[in-house]
Design a protein around this ligand. Structure first.
Ligand code: RB5
Length: 152
């Protein structure tokens, strides 16, 4: 299950992502916003990120004007690894190397077709594990306050 969320700037892009998910046969849940009235992106980023952190959804795609604000908000929810992407290569690598579980994009930065291409690259990539697991374990330790740095 994929959590979707956006602010008022990204309703059209969210519909494009829904069309992509329908085409790919992937299920989603829409955490808002649902109307074009101006709203506060942290509320919606939080809801989608919490759905991932709680295991209700396995990943999320979240959208605002730039992807930055909603991505920052989502990254404050423990357990998220957020990729803010404007290109397919970064999005793909964020899954293969960083096991990103949230993808953020900007509706004032990208066209809908570009966002769909980026989302497809992210959704079809797989985490490679190995040395990358060690590194994301370090990220989790930083988040948990248990990270112990070593001498270079
Ligand atoms: C809304 O005007 C805008 O600030 C928001 O969509 C987003 O770009 C914030 O990062």
């Amino acid at each position: 299950m994929i959590a979707l969320a956006c602010d008022h700037t990204a309703l059209e892009m969210k519909q494009g992502i829904k069309d992509l998910l329908d085409e790919m046969g992937l299920e989603y849940r829409d955490y808002g916003t649902h109307t074009p009235e101006s709203c506060d992106y942290p509320r919606f980023g939080y809801r989608a990120a919490k759905a991932v952190a709680d295991g209700v959804c396995d990943r999320a795609i979240i959208l605002c004007g730039t992807g930055e604000g909603i991505g920052m908000a989502a990254s404050k929810v423990k357990g998220t690894r957020v990729c803010i992407a404007s290109d397919a290569y970064s999005a793909e690598l964020s899954k293969r190397h960083n096991n990103a579980n949230v993808l953020a994009m900007g509706a004032r930065v990208l066209g809908v077709e570009a966002a769909k291409q980026i989302a497809r690259a992210w959704l079809t990539a797989s985490f490679e594990g190995g040395r990358h697991q060690r590194r994301i374990d370090m990220i989790a330790a930083i988040e948990n306050g248990t990270f112990e740095d070593q001498e270079d």
